[in-house]
Ligand binder design. Structure first.
Ligand SMILES: [Zn+2]
Length: 488
């Protein structure tokens, strides 16, 4: 028997601390064969499964998703699903999402989506959901799906395996029958910034290692741990564990044990690298004898949802340079600013012009930085769009037409660099350094800068988180009740 499984989803993490709205232009939408190509392992299952592509949309982390785009995606997704249900029945739905999407006018986007999909497909078709461990799992999402799993690594190097597991678990459930499955969830009142949730160092490493131990038991099918998403002001943002299997007593005991372990580690989660407040980080870089010295502008990391146009660090360098000319060669890679690119592209290499650079998305951080620069290099990149490298004194800035992250050497090369050593100090918008950069770095610090993804959670003005919650509250007894899925 070949099971018919529809597949599709929507994948973005949305910071609610940026006025930036993620819309149609931010998403890459795939359908048909292009969608199926997201699952390169699918041939392995082709004798058992017919995967039916619906639609999948994916964006770089950003802001809240526009209602219009979400509605357009939802209408197409559900339209295709309904047509499929009408023409030929399906056995399952494989929902491929991140879990930290916010949509204008919605509090729990993925939970609401799963509930609506359940209403459309009825109670006889199974839903299996693959997620990012930085997503959130509300009771609605948990109850509307039959199976939920998420990545087991951060940085995420098991994205393919996670999706494959979501499908394999779905197949297993189709063969076993839903009434045999027991599912349990425990909410963990902990919220951590992304740069503290690495599974390559302790305690994340030991916590996630528990999953392998648990799933060695034949009666435990899957165990998953969500760290939750810290840059949305919503009650659902906190940790969570979900277990499923066929032995209720065992699932109860192991879910409780995993939750206790997560809670007991709460004080041990630390930043994966050296951190410093912004001014201190700049001083470290300027005083360093090593080159290149990288500074991560963590609060504006577009890889987590930052706007990508913040200029607080640039303004600080301008100020220092005015007081005393900076002799080191400094590169900002990069600042997103469409308007400045428009102006630059009316000039030639070597021309000078005055820009009001960056700071345009969230004006509460003081607005653009005014500076007069010379144009050094013009280039384009498929994602970054038109781009330019400009300089004043010893400070160079790469400016891009679209939101972009300088995470690979090839991007720097494309900006006209011969080597990372061309500069003494390189400022990038990310958290921990991506591999090319960390290999090149002779010095590095993560600057705890303000922005849409401020790593310093205690300084974010949250209003809607579910409390008590660590690290905002201390000395409370957590409610680690094991909740079983509501029978459908
Ligand atoms: Zn993630």
């Amino acid at each position: 028997m070949r099971y018919k499984i529809a597949v599709g989803g929507i994948h973005i993490e949305s910071s609610t601390f940026t006025p930036y709205i993620s819309g149609k232009a931010d998403f890459r939408v795939v359908r048909g064969q292009e969608l199926l190509a997201l699952y390169p392992w699918r041939e392995k299952y082709s004798h058992q499964v017919e995967l039916i592509p619906l639609i999948h949309a994916r964006a770089l982390p950003g802001g809240v998703v526009s209602h219009d785009f979400y509605q357009e995606w939802f209408d197409e997704f559900t339209g295709l699903l309904r047509r499929q249900l009408k023409n030929q029945s399906i056995d399952g739905l494989f929902l491929d999402i991140h879990g930290a999407m916010s949509v204008e006018g919605m509090i729990d986007a993925e939970g609401t989506l799963a509930k609506e999909l359940r209403q459309i497909i009825g109670h006889n078709i199974l839903i299996s959901c693959a997620m990012d461990l930085h997503g959130n799992v509300t009771d609605d999402l948990f109850n509307a799906c039959d199976l939920l799993t998420c990545y087991r690594t951060a940085p995420h190097i098991d994205t393919r395996q996670t999706r494959e597991r979501a499908l394999a678990n779905l197949l297993r459930l189709l063969k076993t029958g839903r009434n045999k499955l027991v599912r349990a969830k425990v909410d963990i009142p902990i919220l951590l910034p992304g740069e503290k949730t690495s599974t390559e160092v302790e305690p994340g490493k030991s916590l996630y290692a528990e999953i392998n131990k648990m799933t060695n038991h034949p009666d435990i099918w899957d165990a998953a741990i969500w760290m939750g998403f810290p840059w949305a002001d919503q009650p659902r943002c906190h940790g969570c564990v979900v277990l499923c299997g066929t032995d209720k007593q065992l699932i109860q005991t192991e879910a409780a044990a995993l939750a206790e372990k997560f809670w007991s580690y709460r004080h041990d989660f630390v930043f994966v690298g050296p951190t410093a407040p912004m001014k201190e980080a700049i001083k470290l870089a300027l005083d360093s004898e090593q080159k290149p010295f990288f500074i991560s502008d963590t609060g504006d990391n577009p890889g987590a949802g930052g706007a990508g146009d913040m200029n607080l660090m640039l303004k600080e360098f301008i100020k220092l340079n005015q007081q005393h000319k900076i002799s080191k060669k400094v590169l900002f890679a990069s600042i997103y600013d469409e308007t400045s690119i428009e102006q630059i592209y009316q000039k030639q290499i070597g021309d000078k012009l005055t820009l009001d650079l960056g700071g345009k998305i969230d004006l509460s951080f003081g607005g653009p930085a005014r500076l007069t620069v010379a144009v050094d290099y013009l280039f384009t990149h498929p994602v970054a769009g038109r781009a330019a490298r400009v300089h004043f004194d010893n400070i160079s800035v790469i400016i891009t037409e679209n939101r972009f992250q300088y995470g690979k050497w090839e991007y720097f090369k494309g900006s006209g660099l011969d080597s990372f050593d061309d500069y003494d100090i390189i400022i990038v918008k990310m958290g921990y350094l991506e591999p090319d950069l960390s290999q090149a770095a002779k010095g590095w610090v993560m600057a705890l800068t303000a922005g849409a993804v401020n790593q310093d959670l205690l300084h974010i003005p949250f209003r809607h988180l579910k409390t008590p919650l660590y690290p905002f509250d201390h000395d409370f007894t957590p409610n680690l009740t094991v909740k079983f899925a509501n029978p459908l």
